[in-house]
Design a protein around this ligand. Structure first.
Ligand SMILES: *Cc1c(COP(=O)(O)O)cnc(C)c1O
Length: 357
């Protein structure tokens, strides 16, 4: 029996699942996780909150996660309220709900690649036709080309990832504003890495007033160091939240998830306290790679895209042999390394020296 023998949807035939390798190696720098685990004090607070939540597990959770959405709105600032914030199991589920509501059969979504590999995969899962827009040589988005592609395909959803994964590139607000003006449907700015951006990099949150077709997505998986919690969220017009209510499964966010996420927001000072360290380590990594005679893309995220290698697979495997797992992704010849602790980055540099000889 194979997948092809099943009466699966025709549009899923031949598709490949998301598959970043999950390997048990000493230095894991492949999925842009935050390398710092929660402190003992945070673990104690999590355990207390989960214990309290556990005493109510015979009941369904708050279907609308109102308290958590209030906390997240406070964290985001920009005068946002719970009515403008929505939460789900990771920003991947947020993206899925957006495509369920604004994409789907007969509609298209566009992204500007290289970009986040999950956008086309979630489009496929929701039967949304995927349009592959292009970035420039320097990984920026050319407004003229982007607007032309949008006018040609009239997508229901435009994805703009800023800072972009896997390149690290942040978009100027004027690019987002121009695309908002041209797009006939929703514009999603995926800001999974916003907290890592260099000082002075503006967030698309500042564009929300007066732009009801703009959605900004965030996650606790990266800067917040809570990838295992599975908590993502969006900020948008309250009408967008109403759209999410139409497609979400009732009680999608478990009591335990809501409790853990609220503790994480309460501890945000500690959790986000690692961001400055990671940014400094990132900038040092870019400098070291360039000094080594290689190329590194400017990064506003917690990873660096570097290259170029005639045989990137050989470099990736050489690093893995030395216990360092990075990601084989991005345009041909490039590799992506997530920023870890200074010890992990030293191991990465030593392993790369070993591979390059
Ligand atoms: C990691 C990442 C996410 C996060 O997904 P979660 O489901 O919240 O873990 C979202 N968008 C981009 C661009 C990412 O790189």
């Amino acid at each position: 029996m194979t997948l092809d023998d099943l009466p699966i949807r025709d549009d899923l035939r031949g598709k490949h699942p998301y598959g970043a390798p999950q390997l048990d190696v000493p230095v894991q720098l492949n999925t842009n996780e935050n390398p710092y685990p929660p402190s003992a004090a945070l673990i104690d607070d999590l355990a207390r909150a989960v214990r309290h939540g556990a005493s109510t597990l015979n009941r369904y959770p708050d279907r609308d996660a109102v308290d958590l959405r209030k906390d997240l709105a406070d964290y985001l600032g920009h005068g946002l309220t719970a009515r403008q914030v929505w939460a789900a199991n990771g920003s991947n589920e947020i993206i899925q709900q957006i495509l369920q509501a604004f994409g789907g059969p007969g509609r298209a979504a566009i992204g500007f690649e290289p970009s986040y590999s999950m956008h086309p995969i979630i489009a496929s899962g929701t039967s949304t036709r995927w349009i592959e827009g292009a970035r420039e040589e320097d990984f920026s988005i050319d407004v003229g080309r982007a607007v032309a592609a949008i006018e040609e395909h009239r997508p229901g959803v435009v994805f703009l990832t800023s800072p972009n994964n896997p390149t690290g590139t942040a978009l100027p607000l004027v690019v987002i504003e121009s695309i908002l003006a041209a797009a006939p449907g929703m514009v999603v700015v995926d800001e999974a890495y916003a907290e890592f951006a260099r000082t002075g990099t503006p967030s698309a949150l500042s564009l929300l007033p007066g732009n009801p077709r703009l959605i900004v997505t965030r996650t606790m998986s990266k800067a917040f160091a809570m990838a295992g919690t599975r908590l993502g969220y969006l900020a948008a017009d309250p009408a967008v939240v109403d759209a999410m209510l139409l497609v979400r499964l009732p009680y999608h966010l478990s009591t335990l998830t809501q409790a853990a996420a609220r503790v994480a927001v309460a501890h945000r000072e500690e959790l986000l306290g690692t961001v400055d360290r990671l940014r400094a380590e990132r900038d040092a990594t870019v400098e070291w790679i360039r000094h080594r005679g290689l190329e590194a893309a400017d990064s506003d995220a917690n990873f660096v895209l570097f290259g170029r290698f005639p045989n990137r697979r050989a470099v990736w495997e050489g690093l893995l042999e030395q216990g360092v797992l990075i990601r084989e992704t991005g345009p041909a010849g490039w590799l992506r390394v997530s920023i870890g602790t200074s010890e992990e980055m030293a191991a990465f540099r030593a392993a790369l020296e070993g591979v390059l000889g």
